[in-house]
Design a protein around this ligand. Sequence first.
Ligand code: AMP
Length: 213
Amino acid sequence: MNILLFGAPGAGKGTQSALLVERHRMHHISTGDLFRHAIKNQTPLGKQAKGFMDKGQLVPDEIVVGMVEEEFGKLHGKQFILDGFPRTVPQAKALESILNTHKMRIDKAVFLEVDQGLLMDRLTGRRVCRKCGAVFHVAAKPPKSAGRCDECGGELYQRDDDKAEVIKTRLEAYEASTAPLKAYYEEIGRLVVVDGTGEANQVFSRIESLLRA
Ligand code: AMP
């Protein structure tokens, strides 16, 4: 099965993708992770994306689509999970054409539904491991040892775009550009809406039972 996960920043896409990848051994394509990796390695792609990301804006469609096309070239028919792509209706249309080229399809577009107040709390409290990318939360999922990752001992940091002033722009970009994807996937009969509140494992169980349905 090939799935995509979408929802507002802080809805839990990254966390749920990691659980799905662990359970089903799917190939994980996260456009946010790909950009962060490119920025860390100071590639031309990273330099193009950084200015937009730092401001909490979406990276322009043509840059994102080009990067995703390249990732599909490396899939070799493996099942995949798309995390954070598409984020606009034009990206969703471009995805259809990439899928056609590779004779693949999206089976389910999973929308993680979370209300705005909870999103702010999740984003401002989120801490990420610099080494392995594991995600923590200062209150809801604190690490055993302050500032250190439970998995690998790496340093935990707050993403620049998780600072309060940038979050506002990200949520506005979500409302304007990403929220309309819900109607898009409903219309083509792929939409699955999942309640994204509660603990990660509870949300994961909901996703699993809807994927089986
Ligand atoms: P994420 O890790 O998914 O929250 O993405 C972090 C940031 O990367 C977003 O706020 C955007 O600036 C950029 N980004 C990731 N995926 C996309 C996309 N599909 N379209 C445009 N920008 C993206």
